[in-house]
Ligand binder design. Sequence first.
Ligand SMILES: C[S@@+](CC[C@H](N)C(=O)[O-])C[C@H]1O[C@@H](n2cnc3c(N)ncnc32)[C@H](O)[C@@H]1O
Length: 242
Amino acid sequence: MYSDFDVISTYYDALYVKDKEYSLEAAKVKELLTKHGVHLQADLLVLACGTGGHIPYLNDHYHVSGLDLSDDMLTLARKKFPGLRFHLGNLIDFELEMDFDAIICLYGSIGFVKTVDNLRAAMERIAAHLRPDGLVLITPWSTVEDFKDIIVVDAADRPDLKIARMEQVRLKEPKIVEVTFHHLLGKDNNVTYHKQSVEIGLFSRQEYLSAMTDTGLKVVEEYTGTDVRGGAYIGKRVIVDR
Ligand SMILES: C[S@@+](CC[C@H](N)C(=O)[O-])C[C@H]1O[C@@H](n2cnc3c(N)ncnc32)[C@H](O)[C@@H]1O
């Protein structure tokens, strides 16, 4: 069973899901979807949706479903959005019984597929679930061209939970980034330490683009604004000879 988020899920929202960041990002994503022809009340699939951090800002405008590989993350999403459908599934081989007008995958979650072959498999699954003229918007987990080793520092301070966060992000192999989380958690007058490493695939811009075009998707925009973390590759399932 997939366990990368079993511990982190318990404080994911407190640490990562910042209302301002997520609302601005979701608003921009909605603007980009509209710009490329996705109508309001369209069927929208949020891939690697996690705890559903973006969903409050999309739910009024679209019929939202989510998919994620982590049961722990999905349990939290289901609790927050009892009326929505969430699927336990893997980006690289998911098979749902319906197609969508738009599919999005945010906060670089696509990098968790790790290899270029898996990136291409995920894109094939996405294309297979898009209706004609359907749109996909994916935010890369950095790129080969842009990546730099970094240490991230941040904190959360709530009455019931305090977190000090450092994350070491380093190139482990030519195309694998290792992120090591060091989290100090203050709760119930007690401080605990959680350390964990995950591996994330680092793909080039061209690998993202050809994964799209090789499945027959047309790249309609490469968005580079900083309000969508990582920018976005946007592709459309264009049907010719109609
Ligand atoms: C950093 S979290 C981002 C969650 C959410 N997109 C957000 O912005 O808050 C990455 C998510 O990707 C999910 N994930 C990792 N590998 C996956 C895979 N192969 N298929 C589907 N989801 C996956 C994890 O379970 C986790 O919920």
